[in-house]
Design a protein around this ligand. Structure first.
Ligand code: ADP
Ligand code: MG
Length: 583
């Protein structure tokens, strides 16, 4: 067969396969054009998942009448005035979107430039362009796309349900809206309006509109810079987490990206604070000089390539870690609002009747009595005379309930601490710090303890003897199927040595052989803390409770356990009063 040039309409249709993968990609391209035109209001309609109609209307600078036809031509763009691919500041630049969409739909482009007395429109059907005609519209541009993919039945077959396609469109609009907080957006499907965003005053306001006020209240502000690369945005405290990474929004130079490397950096930054199946919510904005990044990797432009990708990764990991460390023990304070909401009838996901909530609050008071009766030798906490501790962020310990929770009084409320989760975190953070500073302090046992484990269990522990010693646990083989423990990590206090060693032996069985115990430090510390002196179910003296609170205050990340759950909840007096209808 002879070689021949493909016709323009075929070329466009092939390009459409890449640019317009689904209706949401058309929505994205059209909204990007509106943003590039400086629009302040963008109104979008997506009917039948975008199949019967996608319409995007903006109040941007518009297109002059004599450029309407050109806008629909392939590789025609107003956005590369200097032909410089290394200094792209607009979202578009390929001049591909309009002709591609027009080649697989019935498209009308109508526009009235700023200051022009009238508007004009042009229609294209399956790539065939009509004449320029007058059109009635306000200043700005309106693009209507009807019967998308009618010319490419194969693509039509692969469309998901209208609902799914609509969700994808909404997702794209959300991403673009996050990067342009001052622009107002609406998106309707004809009956509902899933996107209604008034112009926001700040980026955090915009994020709150989209991700919810919970996010705004639980978010850390990220701001870091290195070698001319800037990282900004907001990221949730580990205690606000989700089962997927879907609510992680990443932007490079204002362009929404879904980059595996960057997502990996986020995961690395949170590794210490979240179980592997939980993910933070965040919106991160990376700004690099245009010459440091290539956005030209893929026509849909959701991938990027950095000149110094290691440096960018380091900035993301470092910036997030720094913000998390700065949050200190305060990490969990905002958990209170959801606690209160859940108490309040109809307030939250699960509501507790007021009478029961009252009962729960009273329980805290009555539990103080048995504690003091059974331990008469203990110095009883002064009933109301606030000690100096009451002025501390986590307050003065008042009592322990169910041998598990410490109730403390603060200057303006109360704090409930999960003593075990908190201790686990303290052990972890201190282990990390001592490992970094030359080793973990050990305490010798007065009587070395022999623990029977069975052959396999004992062998597993002995095999890792050197690593365990580094972590403060000194043991050796002792006859058949047993070990003798001589020293334990000092920070565990009076540990239940046999329980600890047995659990470790079990856990080692599940660990990947290739990983060192330091790689699994969070898990190891969890196991150690389980048998340390502050485990759940153990009675604590008031001085021990206060000591735990004071340690939490000075330990980074003490607000959440190793799996992202809060270690304490703070209730303000005002909230408690509201709970009882006193306000
Ligand atoms: P690109 O955005 O890559 O330039 P497009 O095919 O999306 O390519 O658009 C072609 C040209 O049409 C743009 O460069 C711009 O000049 C013009 N254009 C498209 N949409 C709009 C709009 N909403 N407002 C103003 N001009 C627009
Ligand atoms: Mg474009």
């Amino acid at each position: 067969m002879a070689i021949r040039r493909l016709s323009e309409s075929i070329v466009n249709r092939i390009a459409a396969g890449e640019v317009v993968e689904r209706p949401a990609s058309a929505v994205k391209e059209l909204v990007e054009n509106a943003l590039d035109a400086g629009a302040r209001h963008i109104d979008i309609t997506v009917r039948d998942g975008g199949q019967s109609l996608i319409s995007v209307a903006d109040d941007g600078h518009g297109i002059p009448k004599d450029e309407l036809a050109l806008a629909l031509e392939r590789h025609a763009t107003s956005k590369l005035p200097d032909d410089d691919l290394w200094s792209i500041s607009t979202l578009g630049f390929r001049g591909e979107a309009l002709p591609s969409i027009a080649s697989v739909s019935r498209l009308t482009l109508a526009s009235r430039p700023k200051g022009a007395g009238e508007g004009w429109k042009i229609q294209v059907e399956g790539g065939a362009m009509g004449a320029v005609e007058p059109a009635a519209l306000a200043e700005g541009t309106r693009v209507e796309v009807r019967d998308l993919f009618f010319a490419t039945p194969a693509r039509l077959k692969f469309l998901k349900t209208p609902r799914t396609e609509l969700d994808h469109a909404v997702d794209w609009v959300h991403r673009l809206a996050m990067a342009h907080p001052h622009v107002a957006f609406t998106l309707t499907d004809g009956t509902r309006t899933p996107v209604r965003l008034a112009a926001a005053l700040s980026r955090l306001d915009r994020l709150a509109q989209i991700l919810g006020r919970d996010f705004a209240a639980n978010a850390l502000t990220i701001d870091a810079e290195r070698d001319g690369v800037r990282l900004s945005g907001h990221a949730s405290l580990p205690t606000l987490n989700r089962p997927t990474s879907r609510e992680q929004y990443l932007f490079v130079n204002g362009r929404a990206v879904r980059d595996k490397q960057l997502l990996g950096a986020v995961r690395a930054a949170y590794m210490d604070f979240l179980a592997s199946d939980r993910h933070p919510v965040l919106a991160l904005f990376i700004d690099v000089p245009a010459s440091e990044v290539d956005v030209n990797v893929h026509p849909a432009k959701t991938e990027v390539r950095f000149r110094d990708s290691g440096g960018v990764r380091g900035l993301v990991v470092g910036g997030l870690k720094h913000a998390l460390a700065a949050a200190g023990h305060r990490a969990a304070t905002t958990v209170a609002s959801s606690t209160i909401a859940s108490f309040r009838p109809g307030g939250g996901g699960y509501s507790i009747p007021p009478s029961l909530a009252r009962g729960m609050a009273e329980a805290a008071a009555t539990y103080q009595a048995p504690l003091m009766r059974t331990t008469p030798s203990m110095p009883a906490p002064a009933p109301e005379a606030a000690s100096a501790d009451a002025d501390q962020p986590l307050g003065a310990a008042r009592c322990q309930v169910h041998g598990t929770y410490i109730v403390a009084q603060t200057a303006d409320g109360l704090v409930i601490v999960d003593q075990h989760a908190a201790h686990e975190r303290l052990v972890y953070e201190r282990m990390k710090a001592s490992l970094a500073n030359g080793g973990i302090k050990r305490q010798g046992l007065l009587l070395p303890e022999v623990v029977e484990l069975g052959d396999a269990g004992a062998a597993r522990l002995v095999e890792r003897r050197d690593e365990l010693a580094e972590l403060g646990l000194v043991l050796e083989a002792f006859g058949q199927g047993a070990v003798v423990v001589r020293e334990t990590p000092a920070l565990l206090g009076q540990a239940d040595v046999a329980g600890l060693v047995r659990d470790l032996a079990d856990e080692l069985q599940e660990f990947d052989q290739a990983l060192t115990l330091k790689d699994r430090l969070a898990d190891v510390c969890g196991t150690l803390a389980c048998h340390g002196s502050v485990r759940a179910g153990r009675r604590l003296a008031p001085s021990e409770m206060d000591a735990l609170l004071r340690q939490m205050e000075v330990t980074p990340h003490a607000g959440q356990c190793n799996h992202g759950r809060p270690t304490y909840v703070e209730l303000k007096l005002a909230d408690i009063e509201r709970l009882f209808g006193r306000r």
